[in-house]
Design a protein around this ligand. Sequence first.
Ligand code: FES
Length: 236
Amino acid sequence: MSDKVNITLDGKSLTVDKDKTILEVAREAGIKIPTLCYLEEINEIGSCRVCVVEVNGKIQPACVTPVSEGLEITTTSPRIREARRISLELIISDHPMECLTCSRNGNCELQRLAEDFGISEITYEGEQSHFEPDLSSPSIVRDPDKCILCRRCVSVCEQVQGVAALTPNERGFSTIITPAFGQKLGEIACANCGQCINACPVGALSEKDDTEKVWEALANPDKHVVVQTAPAVRVS
Ligand code: FES
């Protein structure tokens, strides 16, 4: 059986590997599709819906939809742009608009996408979730109010670092990414490696300027698990 399939991508006929996703095939063809929750080979869960495209007339997320024989894929249209925009507006509706005082200002993927889509105000106003920031770690500040629940930090911590310090807790509007059982980062065996900060697309995880306490943690490995920092995760 052939390991290739024939598809139509933005009007062009292509023969591509059948184990690829639409996002991978589009990128190989030089077509840019915006992403937010996606982290190549680490976090491919299709949660944000910013990467949607039209597949045989239906809106589907490109990052988790595999190619198959005969697919007709469109990556740009007013309908697609509107669907991506609504996804972004929904995410932003539960995100504090404090960009000017956020440590990720100018280096935030959500902010950049909002600019690309011309979103300058909250369309869907209503209740916002509110959680206390976690300042207990010697090196990492966790601000769940800014979290967009993409789970990139969860996947990097577990799959790349092998620590699994972070996990989704609760359900629905109360969902929060924390250490298990609602503990704080400073209470668990966090490696203080900072890879979760690298993976976070917004300002939900940031560095803490508390160098002395980091050294203390490194000097007391029985109290805090200390591991070598892995190479920085490539964010794509
Ligand atoms: Fe595809 Fe988030 S990037 S669903």
